[in-house]
Design a protein around this ligand. Sequence first.
Ligand SMILES: O=C(O)CCC(=O)C(=O)O
Ligand SMILES: [Fe+2]
Length: 356
Amino acid sequence: MEASNGHEIPKVASIKTLADSTTFTVVPSEYAYTKNPNEQGDANDPEHSIPIIDFSLLTSGSPDQRAKVIQELRRACEEWGFFQVTNHGVPKSLMQSMIDACHRFFDLPEEEKKEFQTRNLLDPIKCGTSFNVDIEKVHLWRDYLKVIAHPEFNSLYKPAGYREVSLEFSKRTREVATEILRGISESLGLEADYIAKAMNWDRGLQILAANYYPVCPQPDKAIGIPPHTDHGLVTLLIQNEMGGLEVKHKDQWVLVNAAPGAFVVNIGDQMQILTNDKYKSIWHRAVVNNKATRISIAVPHGPSLDTPALPIPEFLEREGQAPKYIGMTYEKFMELQAGPAAYVKPCLDYLRVKHN
Ligand SMILES: O=C(O)CCC(=O)C(=O)O
Ligand SMILES: [Fe+2]
């Protein structure tokens, strides 16, 4: 970027560099973000805990057990849009290795990360800081690394071990996501593979999106990721020992206390479209802390890029509903979400059918 006097304006440094470089006692003004204290949920309220789905009963339970879990899944999707998945069979050690590999990437010297800094949304590998430093008003206390793992597997060649670990992690996570999608399909009264077929899941997008949140001297005055919804069908998330994911539930922000080794799963925008608002894509955010670096890996799974999601006809017919959304390819939708339009109103609102 160039200023009017022709001088280069330095790009915003990674927040890691900034946080490592000085002993900050205050959040720099470019990062100042205010949260509404009245919306903070009570962390001790037992009601404020996202539902737990026992994955083993989906795949190897008796038909009765499976039917019961599908009911629980339906309730979790309707009432929360977020749930934890336990007993999924992905080894804790693999999850930990994936977090460690991403940590080693963020720890590379800034010079070595530069080659992966790009602005193009769908580049197979990209790293950067904040969200959209060119247009945003407030910078986020977060660096990221996004690698597309499906339909084509991509990988970094450094740090050592990243390729092997991310290949195994992306495969195993995708298997879990596929089963969850089957369960969600059934919970809507459809064939288990209905959504996968309609969304061209075999060519579907899977992104390994790692977030790095350094220690912040004033956690209440900055934000890791502000309120947003995820663009895909379902996102599966893991994190290191530091919490920070908050979910908007009944107008309050609820901190997700995930069991160690569990996946945190949430419904994305494409699923809200398919279900004509029955399963909503829930607002969530990442807060930062003043104790230790937090790393999360969000793994959004979506349709193939050329597939437009539309409310499911069989579902509409059964519910006697008119479609609430028009179609847009997943690629166009992602572009919309990454651009200035997303600051004007939620992206789903651009697709809502207008009734006169
Ligand atoms: O770090 C987290 O817990 C949330 C990450 C997230 O929401 C995202 O990457 O979309
Ligand atoms: Fe998210």
